[in-house]
Write a protein that binds this ligand. Structure first.
Ligand SMILES: Cc1cc2nc3c(=O)[nH]c(=O)nc-3n(C[C@H](O)[C@H](O)[C@H](O)COP(=O)(O)OP(=O)(O)OC[C@H]3O[C@@H](n4cnc5c(N)ncnc54)[C@H](O)[C@@H]3O)c2cc1C
Length: 407
């Protein structure tokens, strides 16, 4: 498509972590012209303390950020490596401990504030030719024709493209407008997030304790700081979020069996409802879904955005190959290659994480005994531990080229 004002090959709705990464990948790997329509007026401003929204990112995601040239800006701002994971169960005697060095690696992944990721990707986007950012605006109408899609924005602007990509998050306007249904359910849990300072150092370990109401994670940030993700019945999450800092610190310390000593809450709190869903299809003619617009899962395994970034890398690779063959990026047979690649892989991970959530959420004595036994068996079996460590690092059978890492 010619680069007439308002006409692009690809328009991405949503310039969050996944949409911005996709835009960078398309600009870097393909000759396609790209526009990003983002509701926020600009990337989040830098702040003094920690932002409370963080992601545990895998080595595959780190490789993607490196290959997109965005990793140095994240490192310059703030990233925190974790080298081990420690999981224990309040309902049984089960304990699991995983170390990166078991597979000869220096670290398993990093904890990075979502705002740091978005800022670095937007800074990279601004350097890349061929990408146009329409910030502070959102689509309000979409008309699909045989040769392209026209979006109308709330500012009255018209944007045409051969392909539109929905990267506008779990409540995706684009997905609903395209009438793509989702299969899923509420977990009847909400995640309370904040940042704490602990008396003892976290040891660059991602800690997680499974409590009867849901998992409590301490994710290591720099020095003695940790990001908290505590999944609980929604009413409990709201009650805890309303406590003063000292009372919440005491609850966190008790829930965590004082593993890191006294806990001081040093940031505001927020509560997010938790939901599982998977879109019944990822593509239709001239439209593709990526990231949370396509799927969401419980945060207990820290997989959500890693899967979404895998979608972005895979879609960019499919579109680069299609562009090399002179194919239309919005043609259904091109988009199906992306769907076949990602949907099966994502579903396997979504189901595995959902299975863990059910097993660890069960109060039944028999299930608790079995999960304790299962944890002991895994802990005693180095091959099983190594398999889990590789999964946690983001190894998959068919990784996108941009997200490959290690031997
Ligand atoms: C408590 C919690 C902890 C988590 N921890 C982890 C973790 O450790 N590791 C991990 O991998 N995942 C984690 N996740 C999941 C992760 O946060 C999501 O998977 C991720 O944010 C999805 O990114 P996205 O870019 O697809 O969507 P979003 O982050 O929702 O971004 C969507 C973007 O689209 C924009 N937008 C929305 N609507 C429109 C519109 N109509 N038009 C234009 N723009 C629009 C928004 O402004 C935003 O910029 C966690 C989730 C929760 C709730």
């Amino acid at each position: 498509m010619s680069r007439v004002r308002g006409e692009f090959d690809v328009v991405i709705a949503g310039g969050g972590m996944v949409g911005a990464a996709l835009a960078c990948a398309l600009a870097q790997e393909t000759p396609l012209s790209v526009a990003v329509v983002e509701a926020a007026a600009g990337p989040p401003p830098r702040r003094e303390g920690f932002s409370i929204r963080v992601s545990a990112i895998t080595r595959a995601t780190e490789a993607l950020f490196r290959n997109l040239g965005a990793w140095p800006a994240m490192v310059a701002e703030r990233v925190s490596p974790f080298r081990s994971m420690h999981v224990w169960d309040a309902g049984s005697s089960g304990v699991l401990h995983f170390e990166a060095r078991e597979v000869g690696e220096p670290h398993l992944g990093h904890i990075v504030e979502n705002d740091v990721i978005v800022r670095a990707l937007h800074a990279r986007l601004a350097e890349l030719p061929g990408v146009h950012l329409l910030a502070g605006t959102r689509p309000v109408a979409m008309a699909c024709g045989p040769r392209g899609v026209t979006l109308e924005t709330d500012g009255g602007r018209r944007v045409r493209a051969r392909l539109v990509v929905a990267a506008d998050g779990s409540r995706s306007w684009m997905r609903r407008r395209a009438e793509i249904a989702v299969r899923g359910w509420d977990y009847d849990q909400a995640a309370l997030v904040t940042v704490v300072r602990s008396e003892r150092w976290h040891g660059e370990t991602a800690w997680q304790r499974f409590l009867p109401g849901g998992p409590l994670a301490f994710l290591p940030l720099c020095d003695h700081f940790s990001a908290i993700v505590w999944s609980l019945p929604p009413a409990d999450a709201e009650r805890l979020a309303a406590l003063d800092a000292a009372a919440l610190g005491a609850e966190l310390e008790a829930g965590f069996e004082s593993r890191l000593g006294a806990v001081e809450v040093v940031a505001e709190r927020a509560v997010f409802p938790l939901r599982f869903f998977d879109a019944v299809r990822y593509v239709q003619p001239r439209l593709a879904l990526v990231g949370d617009a396509a799927h969401t899962v419980h945060p207990l395994a820290g997989q959500g955005v890693n899967l979404g970034l895998g979608d972005a890398a895979a879609l960019a690779e499919v579109l680069a190959e299609a562009a090399g063959r002179g194919e239309d990026p919005g043609a259904l047979h091109v988009l199906r290659r992306y769907e076949r690649w990602r949907r099966a892989e994502n579903l396997a991970m979504l189901r595995a994480v959902d299975g863990f959530q059910r097993i660890f959420g069960s109060p039944l004595a028999g299930v608790r005994a079995l999960r304790g036994l299962g944890m002991h068996l895994i802990q005693a079996a180095p091959p099983a531990r190594r398999f889990i460590v590789r999964q946690a690092m983001g190894h998959t059978l068919h990784p996108p080229a941009l997200a490959r890492f290690g031997p």
